[in-house]
Design a binder for this molecule. Structure first.
Ligand SMILES: [Zn+2]
Length: 136
């Protein structure tokens, strides 16, 4: 089998999350407990969104079932949009480059930065860092 896999085909869940602003069931995401070093890229367009250095284990009730990041990889990586759906006002995080829905940003005093990006694993594609160099 030598299929070209340049254009990544999304699973139903990946499509539901990124295109339909869905949320994966808490505790099910494949990157929830990932501790490898590398970058988390947009599953749709490959844009670098988060660094493994900003990933942390959230202990905040209600926000514990998804990968947590304290900051974005660069200020241009993620776009924030006010989301008034479901009778709540939340801050939606989308990919700046392609507009894919990623998750939400919350204020969280338990986060190292006070900010908590609660991101669906389904919106992310992890690229492991194998340079042998410890990232600072
Ligand atoms: Zn994207």
């Amino acid at each position: 089998m030598s299929q070209p896999d340049k254009a990544k085909k999304l699973t139903n869940l990946q499509y539901h999350v990124t295109a339909e602003k869905g949320t994966e069931p808490p505790g099910t995401g494949k990157y929830l407990y990932n501790r490898d070093k590398g970058t988390y890229n947009c599953i749709v367009c490959g844009s670098v969104l988060f660094s493994s250095q900003a990933k942390y284990d959230s202990t905040t009730p209600g926000l514990m079932g998804w990968p947590s990041f304290s900051e974005v990889a660069s200020s241009k990586a993620v776009k924030l949009i006010t989301d008034n759906s479901y009778g709540m006002t939340r801050t939606e995080a989308v990919c700046q480059k392609c507009g894919a829905h990623l998750g939400h940003l919350f204020d969280d005093e338990r986060s190292p930065t006070g900010q908590h990006y609660c991101i669906n694993s389904s919106a992310l594609d992890f690229a492991s860092k194998k340079t042998g160099k410890e990232p600072k």
